[in-house]
Design a binder for this molecule. Structure first.
Ligand SMILES: Nc1ncnc2c1ncn2[C@@H]1O[C@H](COP(=O)(O)OP(=O)(O)O)[C@@H](O)[C@H]1O
Ligand code: SF4
Ligand SMILES: [Mg+2]
Length: 329
């Protein structure tokens, strides 16, 4: 689509490690439009955070190699110098993380930290910045913004800290927000509030959001489209309705089956996906899911399937048997 806000084409990341070169992200492509929330899901270790770090230009060229195209609002970020890229991503792409305390400076007040970002990326005067800090904290639902601006990070609750991180992220009016497991550390009520806040900000500003999560309830609440990552590759991409109604990749289906259901009681243990994500230094020749897949056939182990459109909706699936899995129970 020509008017995609973010276009990621064939993103690949290699790390040099003691066990040799590993490739935790291998040929990942997706798009995000304005006013759209894209979910990236998958178990721990599937390459979600590395994908986000690569998009943001946060990976050190000394230890990693990033290939592929990242096009934000029509501009190819991958062809900019590291410095130009940081400047541009700092303004137009923002990121929030699971643990706000780790990203906040413990020896600076909240107000001073937001001010630093405003000074760096805007030309507002000191008094304009003071006003902006208060209005940003108000926008993220902090009831006493002046007091919060004067507080130290450790004085705030986890939910308040995440609100502050969101305020900092939207301070420069980015067109894209990347949120890496932003609510994983929060309890359910606060998690719901933060998700609602993200959705509200998206409606107000029109920005696109990429939300990384292993929690399907987050996807159901926030996302329009979803990319399922497995062992560093997209194994399924679809709209959120189809994800829940007609998932086709056996891994997506297993993720859905492993979801705690409403009737879950302590006596009915959670379904878990048997086996493990393959080790990066020892990836199988064929389908990376074959060792765990109940539908695996000899062909699956011999030859890796490509991502392809299956069914009548825009549903992309990386599985030899994708046409069959849509009709299986
Ligand atoms: N700096 C690094 N050097 C080497 N391997 C890394 C590095 N960062 C992440 N990895 C590996 O890349 C894989 C994907 O990690 P990550 O993207 O953090 O997974 P997740 O999907 O849980 O966010 C993991 O196997 C992880 O150990
Ligand atoms: S290609 Fe084969 S092993 Fe891989 S997910 Fe599909 S059926 Fe399972
Ligand atoms: Mg992660």
């Amino acid at each position: 689509m020509a008017d995609a806000l973010l276009e990621v084409n064939d993103l690949a990341v290699d790390f040099a490690t003691r066990l040799g070169v590993v490739s935790p992200v291998r040929g990942v492509s997706f798009q995000v439009n304005t006013h759209e929330t894209l979910g990236i899901i998958g178990e721990s270790g599937c390459g979600k955070s590395v994908t986000a770090q690569a998009l943001m230009g946060l990976l050190s060229p000394r230890t990693s190699r990033v290939d592929g195209e990242v096009i934000l609002a029509g501009q190819a970020l991958h062809s900019l110098s590291a410095k130009a890229r940081r400047q541009r991503s700092g303004r137009e792409m923002a990121m929030i993380f699971q643990d706000p305390l780790a990203s906040l400076n413990p020896v600076m007040t909240i107000g001073a930290q937001i001010d630093e970002s405003l000074r760096l990326h805007t030309s507002l005067t000191r008094s304009q910045r003071q006003q902006k800090i208060i209005s940003l904290l108000t926008q993220v639902g902090i009831v006493d913004p002046a007091r919060c601006a004067g507080a130290w990070p450790h004085e705030l609750s986890g939910g308040m800290r995440q609100r502050v991180m969101i305020a900092m992220a939207i301070a420069t009016s980015p067109s894209l927000l990347i949120a890496d497991e932003p609510t994983t550390a929060l309890d359910a009520t606060i998690q719901a509030q933060i998700l609602d806040l993200l959705d509200e900000i998206k409606q107000q500003t029109g920005m696109g959001i990429v939300i990384i999560t292993h929690d399907l309830s987050v996807v159901a609440r926030l996302c329009q489209r979803v990319v399922v990552l497995y062992a560093g590759q997209v194994v399924e991409e679809t709209d959120v309705h189809t994800l829940f109604e007609r998932p086709r990749h056996p891994y997506t289906r297993a993720l859905l089956a492993a979801r705690p259901s409403a009737d879950h009681t302590p006596k009915t243990p959670l379904a878990e996906i048997r086996g493990q994500v393959p080790a990066l230094h020892d990836l199988p020749l064929g389908c990376t899911y074959a060792d765990r897949c109940p539908l695996a056939q000899p062909r699956c182990r011999a030859q890796a399937p490509e991502l392809r459109a299956v069914g009548h909706k825009a549903q992309q699936v990386r599985c030899w048997r994708a046409d069959e899995t849509g009709v299986l129970g």
